[in-house]
Design a protein around this ligand. Structure first.
Ligand code: ADP
Length: 380
């Protein structure tokens, strides 16, 4: 093991997820946890234990995380801090050392991701304050998609908007980078082909990957497009937004509606959580799942067309990794794409779950590990 430790931080609006790793090239995890509900009711969660914590803001949250980590440091110092940053804009296509110039660039991108970027930056500032001597690295959710062909990067708006940054950036890139890395190391034959990865968690998107590079994504300008999610709408006719505006709703109200009140929660009126909906016998819960499955099938078809055929499909994220029912319903009648599930392997959440020509894999994702690896590389 090399000297010093790596801290990974994923600072959101109301939570900070963290991980503690050694700084070997393949970093070993020592601890993982999160602070939920930053503010008066903040809770520190590590494994199965959860406790009240004094964390009114990101800086206080980070200092509470440091206190919790203290017994695990065993005298070692934090030499590198890796940050999840939602938006790296059109140009940042890889993890980047954090400098004052980079912070200015990321601040300028904040209007493109107003719900996430300011919190990511607050985490960065807090970490620089707490670890002024550590190497700080930013890892972007958009970076994996930066090689997109132009047609997958644009909207059919007047050209100036593209030049101003109104583009299809794509998100969940850390998860896709992790899966692409796993394919390259453990399934080299598949990694060279045309692969769809379905990241189905609280957020959800699909990515079309050819030879290890993203060529298409169901998410676009924001993390709202494509699949319906726990509380986000997924794809909408833009005319719906115009209708809301004409009805007198303002931008904040529409933002809350689309990010926090829609998706599985909005459709079911019951819960954002797939497990809860699958266990429910309420009609609106099963209809919300019906819509989710319908969109999943539609997006698989779209990504297969983007790739011009399919050599493998990978499921990941909480739903993708754990729900045989959603996978089975998503792939029903998809033999025309070579997708045919082995029901027994699927029921067991096995690594390989196909009985047809096209491999179907269930792979756990690990966004924190991608950040830890990038930080270890920067330290090396
Ligand atoms: P996040 O995107 O916040 O990291 P996860 O990837 O953990 O979230 O995914 C959370 C989703 O996964 C929730 O909707 C949860 O209900 C769902 N999920 C977890 N386990 C199962 C399961 N066994 N069956 C169905 N859904 C599950």
């Amino acid at each position: 093991m090399s000297d010093g430790l790596i801290l990974t931080l994923n600072a959101g609006s109301s939570s900070i997820k963290f991980g503690l790793y050694d700084s070997a090239p393949e970093p070993e995890e020592r601890l993982r946890g999160q602070i939920d509900r930053l503010g008066p009711e903040a809770r520190l969660v590590i494994g199965d234990t959860s406790s009240d914590v004094d964390a009114p803001d990101h800086a206080a949250g980070l200092s509470a995380i440091l206190d919790a980590m203290e017994p695990h440091l065993k005298g070692a110092t934090i030499r590198g801090v890796g940050h999840r940053v939602v938006h790296g804009g059109a140009d940042l296509d890889a993890p980047h050392l954090i400098t004052s110039d980079l912070i200015a660039t990321l601040e300028a991108l904040a209007p493109l991701a107003p719900l996430h970027q300011p919190h990511n930056l607050a985490g960065i500032r807090a970490a620089i304050g707490a670890f002024p001597d550590a190497v700080q690295v930013a890892c972007f959710d958009t970076a994996f998609h930066r090689g997109h062909p132009w047609v997958n990067d644009t909207f059919a708006l007047p050209r100036r908007f593209y030049d101003e940054g109104v583009r299809r950036y794509g998100f969940h890139g850390l998860s896709y980078a992790f899966i692409a890395g796993t394919l390259a190391s453990d399934h080299a034959d598949i990694a060279q082909g045309r692969v769809i990865v379905a990241h189905l968690g609280n957020g959800a998107s699909l990515c079309a990957i050819r030879e290890g590079r993203s060529v298409g994504s169901t998410m676009g300008f924001s993390a709202l497009d494509g699949m319906p999610m726990g509380t986000r709408s997924g794809q909408l006719d833009p005319g719906v937004i115009l209708h809301f505006l004409a009805q007198g709703m303002d931008a904040d109200e529409i933002t809350t509606l689309l990010y926090r009140e829609s998706g599985l929660l909005g459709l079911s009126g019951l819960s954002h959580d797939m497990r809860t909906l699958l266990a429910s016998d309420v009609k609106s819960a099963s209809e919300a799942i019906d819509y989710y499955v319908f969109r999943l099938r539609r997006e698989i078809g779209a990504m297969a067309a983007v790739l011009g055929g399919l050599d493998a499909l990978v499921f990941t994220g909480g739903i993708g990794e754990n729900s045989p029912e959603i996978r089975a319903r998503g792939l029903e009648g998809m033999a025309f794409l070579g997708l045919d599930l082995d029901p027994k392997a699927n029921a067991q959440n096995a690594l390989r779950i196909e009985q047809g020509a096209v491999p179907i894999l269930v792979l756990p994702t690990d966004e924190e590990r991608i950040i830890a690896r990038a930080t270890a590389a920067a330290l090396a």
